[in-house]
Design a protein around this ligand. Sequence first.
Ligand code: ATP
Ligand code: AMO
Length: 429
Amino acid sequence: NAMKSWTVEAASMPDGSQVELAGWVWDVREVGKIRFIILKDREGVIQLTVKKGDVPQSVWEAAAGLVKEDVILVKGVVKASRIAKSGVEVIPSELRILNKSKPLPIDIWGNVAQTELDARLRYRIVDLKRPESLVIFKASSAAARAIRESLYDRGFIEVFTPKIISTSTEGGADLFPVQYFDVVAYLAQSPQLYKEELTASLERVFEIGPAYRAEKHSTTYHLNEFISVDLEAAFMNYRDVMSILEDVIINVYSRILQVPGVVDMNKEISVPKKPFAVVSYDDALEMLGKKGINVRWGDDIPKEGLEALTGEVGSPFFLVNFPTSLRAFYTMPVEGDPSRSESFDLVIDGVEIVSGATRIHDRKLLENALISRGLNPANFESHLAAYEWGMPPHAGWGLGFYRLLMVMLRRSNIREVVLFPRDRNRLTP
Ligand code: ATP
Ligand code: AMO
């Protein structure tokens, strides 16, 4: 058996078990004739007790030169211990140094708050050794898994669409150009057009993939590369996909709460309850007006408005029926009230996490929507063609994965929940 055990597994093994562990030296202390080594791996720590005379001389000597973050492999016996933190200690019969470590450029043993986020991101591979940072990325993995689980259960299939594309999908100029042989192509802002086209065959699809926005924002919740969870479903409207979204959000919260360390990191995280509050754009403007926040009908509701609304109706909440002019061209107007649309945002703790809508499925209407936004239908011909070959009514949403993690884990900056964030000033690491 070539597989090493995790420290947490060793901690629950019966007294006398043989074990093989590998990991990093978290701490090392010498008290007289005993060298205590705290061995760390991804899942936790365990104490190695190296007592002169009780262990082979080679082990005693190897233990002497150890420094923090040295990489070691240990074979030994698990022993119950009343003093060791996990209730067990390991008495090594073999200790091999697999690699030595130099002093680290940032402190990973102290309080996270004491190291600037900038420095942590500059030395991200080192920062990730910190238990608090590890918890975030375990939660991230659990969240992605929970999303997949919820959507597979509801008949969605996972798809992968190109990230190098020929035209804008969301309108606007915030595209990164890339040289694609002899032509200029762009990095995808979202899989919007592909996911809609796929409803004509695959019916219910989702994708978890990168999205690129060349926005010159420098806020705590915008990035130039982010992970977007995109969903699209045939024969559904915006209310149907809002209901799926509620279930997804609830499952993600439940799952991340099961990740060891998440509750300790923040005691206030709790699973939201169904149904989430629903506020129309018009009602939101009225509520905000009464609080002295004046938004003109047809304008975006600013962040302070979203925060004020959270104070009124709680979190999460849906904002619905945005002015059609505020939304992308593919958004379905309300029947009989075309200045408003069958659209929604989901806001959690004052941050926009998801946008979605019922989509237009009629080619002529879609062409008019493009024209009314100053876009040229000729540039969308390959997309428009799909609308002539049996395009079903459909709806969907796009969820900002990092924004969701940020609000769930109550981090104040989106960069904390991204391994290697890409923002205006950060292209490395
Ligand atoms: P969407 O892509 O759906 O518009 P979004 O949340 O990124 O999603 P934006 O319009 O890009 O929406 O920005 C949302 C809010 O972010 C704005 O209403 C504004 O309050 C805030 N915001 C945008 N740029 C900045 C900035 N440079 N500094 C501070 N806040 C900003
Ligand atoms: P939208 O542009 O609103 O909609 O994007 C969807 C969600 O993605 C997240 N998001 C971002 N996260 C980090 N940094 C950014 N710069 C950034 N921009 C957006 C937000 C946002 O709610 N095609 C539509 C979705 C759809 O209708 O299906 C779209 O892209 O959480």
